[in-house]
Design a protein. Sequence first.
Length: 193
Amino acid sequence: MTARRRRATKRRGANTSGLWWALAAVVIVAALVTGARVLRWPRPPAGPRAGIEVFFVRYSEGGRTGALVTVRRPATPGPVDVRVAAALRELLAGPSAEERGRGIVSEIPPGTGLRSVHVHGSTATIDLTAAFANGGGSTSMLARLWQVVYTATQTSEIHAVQILIGGRHEQALGGEGVAIDRPIERPASMPVL
């Protein structure tokens, strides 16, 4: 082989080698772009949840047992006491007509108002009007208590609820003896009513 021919073969090899590297780079970039579209890389969460949970009650067909159920409401931004107060106002407003049509009710008596919410550490002190303690039997009293406790403790900042009635610490709720003399924590599993 002549020297001229060897130089020409070398140049063609060098040119093809560069072409192969360029082609490999294009394939890799295309795979990355396509893979990112197909795999939908996870995005960080957009912020706090889009709403709050309000706890109402649904009874079985025969009405013998009940369970707490959640419904979503728009969230209110702000410090924890403002968010808890907003959630409780939504609870006191009761279920919507559509929710009532699905058998969702509230055991909180109509006319119950929220006097105040104060947060001390991880305990929310919730002051409700006297109407909260009126009427109903033990199932109703337990249901309304758990509605308030579960609605108020849905944030990670609140672990317990102290209920006041008309600005006063009471030993028990109504004549049924449901103790409210100390802060109440959310049980690990929802109670059956």
